[in-house]
Design a protein around this ligand. Structure first.
Ligand code: CTP
Ligand code: MN
Ligand code: MN
Length: 531
């Protein structure tokens, strides 16, 4: 096979007519990976030397410095004049190799392709600057994790694997899901673009992560990951994604439906309707709306409606929009409100009245009373759900920009509390698969409003700061700060308070800053908690 494009680079003493030959240093590259690299290079017509000879023009390595390459080659090729060979050719990164594979020729060697001479500098030290302090901290609550990461390509891939593992379920897979998420969080916080495997090797949460590293390596070398693409093209995954998109349907139910042979929303409407909870029925009915991201503008409109109504009932009340929006996201899957009053306990009774006054907007409500009085904080530990009085709802938001008052809406639709779903046949398609989208819905395209998921959470003043932290998220940030509190400070942090196990007492906080102080942590703004 003819050698791919390249001629000998101008370094060294050989004739520029000699063909370019690459040698790949095996050190730090997985065996299968190495074989794959050599195969694809050969396939594309590149000459690859198996033994380090003087013909070699490009030495490709995953190591970080030329010194390391020389050291490694001396070990593997004791009979070669390693220093001389390295001296007369280009010693370059895997990124260079990837560029060559993409272009099909030996591309020009630029400065950033060349391995540095001298000792290796830890990536953390390199990136630590005044403007962008980065610490390769153990817990993600110690790091700054911005909304927009330069390593999105990598974190997105790992989060897809997280979702896949989450869908599979079972303790083992849930553990894997968390490991993927932790790795993705580490990459999201890393302020520089990942360019080589050397950049990630020292990152916490990637140290033992062989699987994660393999994915990152594939992305670095090939620009894509076969495993990720396989998941994206997988029917089971696609169906699981659609089913879990139904409000009230988690992975376990979705798996059950898949195993029963269901593949579309219409299958569920047809065969499972009588088994569905009211929540799931509503989720199916408003599937398209609820799977269309809520925009910040819509969230602000809802905020204004809720706030106006709450203030009318209880002057001095605070209605804070939390969740993804407070972290700077432009859209989200729902809108989260924390409702409180500076005077302890004044918020009691408010929710019922508020929902009553907002009834024209509410298509569905699931109200739960508070249970924080029932167990001391030290017992509650890190239970999944907190214990505030709350309402998970579906909110009907008028599409008309001008209509923001509660009176502007038609009330023809039933409310959740009065709801007894009418015959399924009336609302749901009973015919075969709908045309167009595989997961068609029965929603009315021409309606003047859009259904939005809204969470209301009622917090007493003394617990408000803790609740704010819990509901600001991200989920990973909260998991991490609770883990940190427990392991590093011997304290229990929940959305209700902070308990010091050593001194056997609760620590009060009026603001999130005070919670960080109690925990000896640098304060992180909500927009820095996007892990
Ligand atoms: N949360 C919680 N208890 C729940 C639901 C949510 O404590 N029953 C917390 C989550 O841990 C998260 C925050 O509230 O930190 C917001 O949850 P959620 O709305 O699910 O996520 P967002 O980050 O707001 O993402 P999105 O923008 O998609 O809504
Ligand atoms: Mn949210
Ligand atoms: Mn929510």
């Amino acid at each position: 096979m003819a050698a791919a494009g390249g001629k000998l680079p101008s370094s060294g003493s050989r004739s520029s007519k000699d063909p370019a030959v690459m040698f790949i240093v095996g050190s730090k590259i997985q065996k299968v990976r190495l074989i794959h690299m050599k195969k694809s290079a050969n396939k594309k017509g590149f000459l690859v030397d198996e033994t380090l000879s003087e013909k070699v023009t490009h030495i490709i390595s995953e190591l970080e410095t030329q010194d390391q390459v020389v050291k490694s080659l001396k070990k593997s090729h004791p009979s070669s004049d390693v220093e001389k060979i390295c001296g007369q050719c280009h010693v370059v990164t895997l990124e260079y190799f990837t560029s060559c594979m993409e272009e099909g020729i030996f591309v020009e060697v630029c400065d950033h392709h060349r391995l540095k001479t001298g000792k290796r500098v830890a990536p953390i030290m390199q990136s630590k600057t005044e403007e962008n302090p980065y610490e390769n901290a153990k817990y993600c609550c110690q790091r700054i994790t911005p909304l927009h990461s330069v390593n999105k390509k990598f974190s997105d891939a790992l989060e897809l694997l997280e979702k896949h593992a989450d869908f599979l379920g079972g303790d083992n897979n849930l553990g894997r899901a968390l490991a993927f998420r932790k790795a993705s969080a580490a990459l999201r916080a890393y302020p520089k673009q990942i360019k080589s495997m050397g950049d990630v090797e020292d990152l916490y949460d990637l140290k033992g992560g062989k699987h994660c590293k393999r994915i990152i390596q594939e992305l670095l070398e090939d620009g894509f990951s076969t495993e990720v693409e396989n998941i994206q093209g997988d029917e089971w995954f696609e169906v699981m994604q659609a089913f879990t998109g139904i409000f009230g349907c988690g992975p376990a139910t979705a798996r059950k439906w898949y195993d029963l042979g269901h593949r579309t929303l219409d299958d569920i409407r047809r065969s499972e309707y009588s088994n569905l909870s009211i929540e799931q029925r509503k989720g199916l009915e408003h599937f398209t709306d609820l799977n269309t991201p809520v925009t910040r503008r819509e969230a602000e409109k809802i905020h204004s409606i809720v706030k106006t109504e709450a203030e009318r009932i209880l002057p001095g009340v605070t209605v804070i929009m939390t969740g993804g929006f407070i972290r700077g996201k432009d859209s989200g899957h729902d809108v989260d409100f924390l409702i409180s009053h500076p005077e302890e306990g004044r918020e009691e009774e408010l929710l019922a009245q508020l929902l009553q006054n907002l009834r024209a907007h509410l298509i569905y409500t699931d109200v739960q009373r508070n249970t924080y009085g029932e167990a001391p904080i030290s017992v509650k530990r890190q239970s999944v759900m907190d214990h505030f009085e709350r309402c998970f709802s579906i909110f009907k938001l008028p599409k008309d920009e001008d209509v923001v008052t509660t009176s502007g809406i038609d009330e023809e639709r039933i409310h959740a509390d009065e709801e007894e779903p009418s015959s399924p046949c009336k609302k749901l398609k009973t015919s075969g698969r709908s045309s167009g989208s595989t997961h068609g819905t029965s929603e009315n395209e021409s309606k003047s409003w859009i259904a939005r998921r809204v969470d209301f959470v009622m917090t007493p003043a003394s617990q408000h700061a803790f609740a704010l932290m819990g509901w600001t998220g991200s989920r990973m940030f909260c998991r991490s700060i609770r883990d940190y509190a427990n392991k590093e400070m011997n304290m229990i942090l929940t959305s209700h308070g902070l308990f010091d196990k050593v001194n056997n007492c609760s620590l009060e906080a009026k603001t999130e800053r005070e919670i960080f102080q109690h925990l000896n942590l640098t304060y992180r703004e909500p927009h820095e908690r996007n892990c």
